[in-house]
Design a protein around this ligand. Structure first.
Ligand SMILES: Cc1ncc(COP(=O)(O)OP(=O)(O)O)c(N)n1
Ligand SMILES: Cc1ncsc1CCOP(=O)(O)O
Length: 526
């Protein structure tokens, strides 16, 4: 075990083949070190032994001047010859125990891992760190193993629980993807990455110092973000008895904020519910724009305040993929409604593709839909509806799914459950007529997107979170306000059934007063 502390934050893996024309290797390496690289690996796939030795020695001397450890890729002999700080091996290279027996005590030994079993073995064989990858496709290396994806990292990290083995992610990481990787790659026990390993984003840059600096800024902001109030978790929560009163006040106040901020809510939704979703959005005081063309996503992400992606009548998914990425890039809330995801393998595949491409802020679904997302058979779907008794312990279900997906989860049903992975709020308002109109879940998604937009706050110059603001509160406020409006609509003398209920619901949403909302709210912290 190394006695020193190694900073894995920004791990540069070199590649002379990727240097821009005219760029000198050592100058590029020095600029990267000045940009904040904290660990370096010399990786020379095409160099002969003599050349590799020369490059490794010069790299080691340079890194030593910056107090940064140097690791050698694959070649234990070269590491020994230059007194490197360690070696990185792949699954087909020399086994870790043998590397350890050859290198001096305290050497850093890392191994590439593509799956849970390889991580388990890495821990067993005494690795100091694992390189998890490839996270995304990359042109830097011909990949022989499946792409891990951001959502695949958590299970691998879970293997490190109880050990001191560190973890970095590698493959396709750059200043655009790094926040998604850091935020999404966390185990359910909250084990996060210790850093990211990067080749082309730094090495192929004309300005490696700036490239490294940009990555380092996001890494720092992410670490600060996890301990600030900006983000998922409601920190500094007051004691339980006063929390409920505070939450009710905050819900009523957010209803007014939606009306005063008038957020622009971009909705990619299904053809069945599109009109009523747009009308409900207007009734809350927000503005809807229903747009699906991939070509207009960049423009819309710049001007809109939040995005809803609803897969109810899937036709083409390119716009959904681009939109989510753009809204992530502009730090705006993305609400995902996996309508009827249990109906076909195609929908399930699309859901996975979308969630691997971007970070949802909130995922809302009925028991059948969320069971598919969680890989649980506790609840079943029939078309877009859920059937059966649902989850035995819905509160624990939403809490653990929110931890796994790293976002707010809203489970809708006779009672609704909302969690950010920490707090769970049970919502008991509503009326059976809401279940008798088509698209009541879809208008719930539109409402959440409007309230999230109103609750989102300025992420600052270097955001460490995909979205800032209290998204748990926004989700609770949207669902429970809609349910209260449903109760008020159902009680009207002019409502005779589902047909007259829908227009009455839209009226009651637009008329809902904060004091009435407060007086009717039925919710509890679980
Ligand atoms: C930090 C880190 N992680 C993974 C790798 C990949 O190593 P390997 O699987 O041995 O493939 P090559 O680098 O040898 O092509 C790495 N080098 N560094
Ligand atoms: C060496 C390696 N191992 C897995 S992916 C990869 C290359 C990563 O390169 P880049 O950071 O340019 O995507």
């Amino acid at each position: 075990m190394p006695t020193r502390t190694v900073d894995y934050s920004l791990y540069l893996v070199t590649s002379r083949a990727l240097l821009p024309p005219g760029q000198d290797y050592l100058e590029s390496l020095e600029a990267s070190l000045q940009g904040g690289v904290t660990l370096v690996q010399v990786r020379e796939k095409d160099a002969g032994t003599k050349e590799f030795l020369d490059i490794a020695r010069k790299s080691k001397d340079l890194c030593a001047r910056y107090g940064v450890p140097l690791i050698v890729n694959d070649r234990v002999d070269i590491a020994l010859a230059i007194e490197a700080d360690g070696v990185h091996v792949g699954q087909e290279d020399m086994p870790i125990q043998i590397v350890r027996s050859i290198l001096p005590p305290g050497s850093i030994i890392g191994v590439s891992c593509n799956n849970v079993e390889q991580a388990r073995q890495a821990v067993e064989s005494g690795a100091d760190y694992i390189g998890i990858g490839a996270i995304y496709p990359t042109a830097t290396k011909e990949l022989t193993q499946p792409i891990v994806t951001v959502r695949g990292v958590g299970a691998i990290l879970s293997q490190l629980d109880g050990s001191n083995v560190k973890a970095v992610a590698i493959g396709g990481i750059n200043s655009t993807t790094v926040l998604r990787v850091l935020h999404g790659a966390v185990s359910t026990s909250c084990r996060a990455l210790d850093g990211v390993a990067v080749v082309s984003d730094i090495v192929a840059s004309d300005r490696p110092e700036e490239a490294a600096g940009r990555l380092m800024q996001v890494l720092r902001a992410f670490r600060e973000g996890t301990s600030s109030r900006c983000g998922l978790a409601l920190e500094n929560r007051p004691p339980t008895d006063t929390r409920k009163t505070l939450l009710i006040d905050q819900i009523a106040s957010l209803l007014e904020t939606v009306r005063s901020r008038k957020p622009l809510v971009h909705q990619i939704t299904n053809v069945v519910a599109a009109t009523q979703s747009a009308n409900v959005t207007l009734a809350w005081g927000a503005s809807p724009i229903m747009a699906t063309a991939p070509e207009e996503m960049p423009d819309l992400a710049n001007v809109c305040d939040s995005l809803l992606v609803n897969i109810g009548t899937l036709r083409q998914t390119e716009g959904m993929l681009i939109a989510g990425r753009r809204y992530n890039a502009t730090y705006k809330p993305v609400v995902f409604d996996p309508v009827g995801v249990g109906a076909s393998q195609y929908r399930k595949g699309v859901m996975n593709d979308l969630l691997n491409a971007w970070a949802p802020t909130v995922i809302k679904g009925n028991a059948g839909e969320l069971a598919v997302l969680a890989g649980s058979d506790e609840a079943k779907s029939r078309g877009v509806d859920s059937f059966g008794a649902g989850f035995k312990d819905p509160a624990s279900f939403v809490r653990s799914l929110a931890r796994k997906e790293r976002c707010v989860i809203a489970l809708t049903g006779p009672k609704d459950y909302v969690s950010d992975g920490d707090v769970v709020v049970e919502l008991s308002n509503g009326h059976p007529l809401l279940g008798e109109i088509t698209g009541s879940g879809c208008i719930g998604g539109s409402s959440i997107a409007a309230f999230c937009a109103a609750a989102s706050t300025d992420p600052g110059p270097v955001p460490g979170r995909p979205v800032c603001g209290d998204m748990l509160l926004a989700t609770v406020a949207a669902i429970t306000s809609l349910n209260v409006a449903g109760e008020l609509a159902a009680a009207r003398a002019d409502v005779a059934g589902p047909g007259s209920f829908l227009p009455a619901l839209i009226d009651e949403i637009s008329l809902l007063r904060p004091d009435v909302l407060k007086s009717r709210l039925r919710l509890d912290f679980i």
